[in-house]
Write a protein that binds this ligand. Sequence first.
Ligand code: MLT
Ligand code: ZN
Length: 444
Amino acid sequence: MLVDDLIRAVGADHVLTDAGLREGYERDWTGRFGAEAACVVRPADTAEVAEVLAACRAHGTALVPQGGNTGLVGAGVPRGGEVLLSLARLDGLGPVDPATAQVSAGAGVTLAALQEAAGAAGFDAGIDFAARDSASVGGLVACDAGGARALAHGTARARVAGLDAVLADGTVVERMQGLLKDNAGTPLPSLLVGSEGTLGIITAVRWRLVARRAARVAALIPLASLADAEGTLAVLRRELPSLEAADFFTDDGLSLVLEHLDRRPPVIPRVPAYLVVECAAADDPTDELAGALEAAGIEDAVVADDTTSRRHLWQFREAHTEAIAARGIPHKIDIGVPLARLAEFVEKVPAVVGDAQPILFGHLGDGNVHVNVLGPDPADETVDVAVMELAAELGGTISAEHGVGVAKAAQLGLVRSAGEIAAMRAVKRALDPDGLLNPGAVLE
Ligand code: MLT
Ligand code: ZN
C-alpha cells in the first residue's frame, strides 16, 4: 500500500492519515480552497522527498507540495485524494557567507527566520511581506513571491542563486554552489522558480542577500485621488535613491483595518487613498525623504522614523489581509496592470463586481493590485473572472505575485497565447508525463 511505502520513506510519525491531524494542511488560509488529502507526508530532507515521489510514482498517486500554507490561489492544498507533501521539516538554515552575501535555506525555513539570520550577519533578505512568520522559502520561490520591497530588489526570482529540487522522475537537481555565472545549458532552477510545484519540488534555495540598509524611514501620504499616485511616485523615484517600497490602500479598506485593530485614523480628514513609502539607506534618509515630499508638493505626510512608529504605520496597510478575512471568506484576485492604467483599473472595479464589496490595496510601484471581494459565495467565480478580464483588457496580468494556482488556471488564456500555453504544456509533459505534480495548478 502507498501508506506503507510512505512510512518506509519518512517514518510512521510523519505520515498523517488521521482526519484530525490532516485537517490543518487541507484547507487554505482564507478557507476558500481545499479538500481531503490521501494523507500528509512530512519528509526531513531532499533524499526523503525523492523517496516520497518514488512511492507516489509507483502507486500512480498525485501529490501537492505545501510550504507554510499561506498561499492564496489554492496551489498548496489538495483538490481531493492527493498526497499532501509538507516541506515544513526541511528547515535547515546554513551560515551566511559574507563574501558572496548568500545563505542556504531549506524549503521549510520561514521568511522571518531567513530575515533574522540575514540581519544577524549584517545583511537583509531583500524580500518582505505580511505572512513572513509562516511563509517559507520553498513556497515563496515556487510562486515567485514579491511583496513590498520588490520595487527595490525584484521578486523572489532575483534572490535565487541556485536551488535543490526533485523532479517527477526522481532526478535530483543540485545547484546550491551559488555560482552567479553558470550558463551551462538550460537553467532548470530558473524553470522551477514560479512553476508552483508543477515541474519539480524545490527542497532548498541558495539565497542571495542584499546589503543591509539599516537607517529606515517611512511615510504615509494622503492622496485626494489614486490618479495622483503615478505623478507622486515619479517624483519619489527620481528624488529618492533610498526608496524601497511604495504601497497603497484606499479609505474603504482603512475603515475595515481601523475597526479590526481598534485604532484611530492616521490622518484627519480622511482622504480617498493613501500611499505608504519606505526609504532605507546606510545613512539616515529622513532629509532625503523630506526633500522628495516637498518636491512632490506633499505637505501632510505622516513620517515615521523609528522602528515602532514605522511598524505602526505599516500596520494600516499590512493588516488589510486579516481585517478582510475577519469579515468573511474573501475572493482574492492578485493582478498587475501597467502603472499608467492602475487608477483606471481601480476606478472600474466596482462596476465589474456588481453588488459585492471590493477592497483594493497593493504594491503601487509594481502596478500590483490585490482586489479583495466580499460577498459572493466562495465557489462562485463570476467576480474573479470579471476582475481578471478587466486587468487583461488594460494590458495587465491575471497573476502578479500570488501565482495562478487552481484559482486562475482556467483564465490563463486571457494573458498567454495558445502557442505559449501549448509550450507550457509541452514542458509539463516532458518533466511530469504522468501528471503527478500538483495537478490542476497553473494548467487546467
Ligand atoms: C499583501 O500584499 O499583503 C499580500 O500579498 C497578501 C494579500 O494580498 O492579502
Ligand atoms: Zn502583496
